[in-house]
Design a binder for this molecule. Structure first.
Ligand code: TA6
Length: 304
């Protein structure tokens, strides 16, 4: 465990994994080095309760994805077979696990900057022999977390190789709710979406998003919007939350509901009642391509 000379940050162990524990006057946070997975962000504005949902049966095991917080899905989101052909064709081996190759491998600390107002942590990972065996492209990723009373996460992709590559990505944010049936996601009215549970048919959102069945949808910004930024406002019992995404025209909204909950790891039969996911993404037609030495960023902000 490398020595850490900081005021608010210390290195701790969670099961088999190293983590940065941050105890700041304005917030607490727990950031795993594996996958650069944030599993806790507890701002003072939320009475130092975790703004993120984390499974009670989470397993801190090396090389095993954890259910909760913000898993980083890169260089493909979800089921590889459902990605655009140019992304599928880049994957060399029979490696077909969901959500790419970086959420269950070790990242390392790039930098930590502390102040009275915030803490900025950069975690990094670069291509290596094992990633090249699956996905033959040289890359460098930086996950930049800015913690204060709000949370921002920027995922920066750099193509450090000699050929272009295409990728899809998602910041797979798990959020808690006191009652999923009283949880509403606003600002998606009339947005187009792909329904992953209805043969990937294209549909149009009517009004606010409600949860009354298994929900697994890839939303796309209304075509007339020029910005690559959008806000989703979430209303749940006792909470109003705003999730802002930049450099993205897509977002995934997911709740496994009753039947799928039985098939999920690190997930109890009742957990669907107290969680949902809103994933800031670049998926399907919104996937990205980077040329050698080019960078791409996707950015989310969570604010009460
Ligand atoms: O983001 C939605 C989704 O793709 C769902 O289909 C479900 O598989 C979820 O991600 C969780 O995936 P995981 O591999 O973490 O169990």
């Amino acid at each position: 465990m490398p020595y850490m000379n900081h005021i608010f940050c210390k290195l701790i162990r969670k099961g088999e994994l190293d983590a940065i524990q941050i105890d700041h006057p304005l917030f607490h946070a727990t950031l795993l080095l594996q996958g650069a997975q944030l599993i806790e962000f507890s701002p003072q504005k939320n009475d130092f309760n975790n703004l993120l949902w984390l499974s009670k049966s989470v397993e801190y095991k090396q090389g095993k994805p954890l259910r909760g917080g913000i898993p980083i899905c890169w260089p493909w989101f979800g089921n590889l077979e459902k990605n655009p052909d140019n992304i599928q064709q880049q994957v060399k081996s029979e490696h077909r696990s969901a959500h790419g190759i970086v959420r269950d491998i070790p990242w390392h600390i790039g930098s930590i900057k502390e102040s009275c107002e915030s803490v900025i942590v950069e975690l990094e990972v670069q291509s290596n022999e094992s990633t090249l065996n699956i996905w033959p492209f040289d890359f460098s990723l930086v996950a930049r977390f800015t913690f204060s009373q709000t949370l921002t996460l920027e995922l920066i992709t750099e193509n450090t190789g000699k050929e272009c590559f295409a990728f899809s990505q998602a910041l797979h944010t798990y959020l808690p709710t006191n009652d999923i049936t009283q949880t509403y996601i606003h600002n998606a009215d009339q947005a187009q979406y792909i329904d992953a549970l209805d043969d990937w048919k294209e549909k149009v959102q009517q009004g606010r998003v409600v949860f009354n069945q298994e929900t697994d949808r890839l939303y796309f910004l209304k075509n007339n919007s020029k910005s690559e930024q959008f806000e989703l406002r979430v209303e749940s019992p006792g909470q109003q939350l705003t999730l802002t995404t930049k450099s993205s025209r897509s977002a995934v909204i997911w709740n496994p509901w009753i039947e799928k909950s039985q098939r999920l790891s690190q997930f109890s039969a009742e957990d669907y009642k107290s969680m949902y996911c809103i994933e800031s993404a670049n998926v399907m037609s919104d996937h990205k391509t980077v040329a050698p030495e080019q960078k791409n960023s996707i950015f989310l902000q969570l604010e009460l």
